[in-house]
Design a protein around this ligand. Structure first.
Ligand SMILES: Nc1ncnc2c1ncn2[C@@H]1O[C@H](COP(=O)(O)OP(=O)(O)OP(=O)(O)O)[C@@H](O)[C@H]1O
Ligand SMILES: [Mg+2]
Length: 366
């Protein structure tokens, strides 16, 4: 039913609101939308005709519970307060989640009776991303101090343990039963040293070489050779659609480290899916897209997938779902850090029980 409320489209106020940079929506008393401005349409992706007559429920995301809206309306309807202002996450037409600062206030008709509600939304996406990035940097700075201290304090004792173990190993007969034990000690000491090195690398950005150009196909071929056996035993078909000319500005050894981590993660996710009973038809597809100034390389697997909750922690140092000894939870944190220092970005999409696509975007090299 069309709203009885009339908009005076010739008025100055109408023009101001229509062209405002913040998204404005008007509803009648029953909550039916009868006006949205241009910024609203840009932000939420609905056409005007799709929005008019609907209620703001079309924007709801899974992040707010019913209680949240109840409290919101208590405040709006409270004559003492008479408005609501707060942050929430809404959804655009294509499902994108948009953090926003929203103000809702009632308005009256010329006779002074309640006529409807006005919502003004300010998009906080950029602000939230900046805050996240700051938090991440803060955390890394803390880790840097910790890692430097750790490297310093553990370096000498670890070196001593390793040295003594090697000495004893060298003095043993070839068939001594404790040779294997000593080798395990040496390997584990090396692992500890490797963890400390990774931590330092993560925290000290200048450790990363940001120069160099690399043919992605060459890196992929090398990494593929490293994991080929594992792929074959688990009957995983790997498809690589990355042509020889895909050249990016990133140093090849570090890019190799990033790609090895992505493929190892996919392999592990598929192993998890197999363990859960999804045994057949697993694939890892690596493909490339041309994005004018950048190459986009995606690794798509049919593994166990990532839950929404895990998705938030993915790039956090030490976040891992792997068994102790299997993963350090540093692979993606380091990848994120490196790729950004090369002027690129990394994105993850996933569906639990279906699979994951990790996309890295890197500047093209001449
Ligand atoms: N393709 C994927 N499918 C499912 N889960 C994934 C995938 N890639 C990453 N993850 C999840 O993200 C977590 C973090 O990955 P990340 O590479 O940072 O660390 P890790 O693999 O656990 O350890 P590390 O790489 O340091 O050996 C993994 O433990 C896993 O839970
Ligand atoms: Mg990993």
């Amino acid at each position: 039913m069309p709203s009885p409320l009339q908009l005076d489209e010739s008025g100055v106020l109408y023009q101001c609101i229509e062209n405002s940079n913040d998204a404005v929506m008007l509803t009648d008393v029953r909550g039916n939308i009868f006006y949205v401005n241009k910024a609203w349409i840009r932000l939420f992706g609905f056409a005007k005709e799709e929005a008019l007559g609907k209620t703001p429920r079309i924007l709801r995301s899974k992040y707010q519970e019913e209680d949240f809206y109840k409290n919101m309306w208590t405040e709006i309807l409270d004559p003492q307060k008479g408005f609501w202002k707060g942050e929430l996450i809404n959804r655009s037409k294509d499902g994108k989640e948009i953090p926003m600062l929203l103000t809702i206030a009632p308005f009256k008709d010329p006779r002074g009776a309640l006529a409807g509600y006005m919502g003004i939304a300010i998009d906080l996406t950029e602000k939230k991303l900046r805050e996240l990035e700051l938090m991440r940097k803060d955390r890394l700075a803390t880790i840097g101090v910790l890692a430097a201290g750790l490297a310093h304090e553990t370096g000498t004792p670890l070196g001593t343990v390793r040295g003594r173990a090697e000495l004893v190993l060298g003095s043993l007969d070839a068939d001594s039963p404790i040779r294997e034990d000593l080798k395990t000690i040496i390997a584990q000491v090396d692992r500890l040293a490797e963890i400390t090195r990774s931590l330092l690398a993560l925290a000290i950005k200048s450790n990363y070489d940001t120069s160099g150009t690399t043919f992605v196909k060459e890196v992929l071929d090398n990494v593929y050779n490293m994991i080929r056996d594992k792929l074959e035993t688990r009957k995983i078909a790997m498809k690589m659609q990355v042509s020889e000319d895909t050249k990016v500005t990133a140093p090849s050894d570090y890019l190799g480290q990033v790609v090895l981590n992505l493929l190892t993660n996919s392999l592990h996710a598929i192993e998890t899916a197999i363990a859960k009973g999804r045994t057949d038809g697993h694939t890892i597809d690596v493909s490339r897209k041309d994005r004018e100034t950048h190459w986009e390389v995606s690794v798509q697997d049919t593994g166990c997938g990532i839950t929404d909750k895990q998705m938030h922690d993915l790039f956090r140092p030490f976040f891992t779902t792997k068994e102790v000894g299997e993963g350090k939870g540093l692979g993606l944190a380091i990848a994120h850090q490196m790729i950004h220092s090369w002027g690129g970005s990394i994105h993850v999409e996933s569906k639990v029980g279906q699979g994951t696509t990790v996309t890295i975007v890197l500047p093209k090299a001449k």
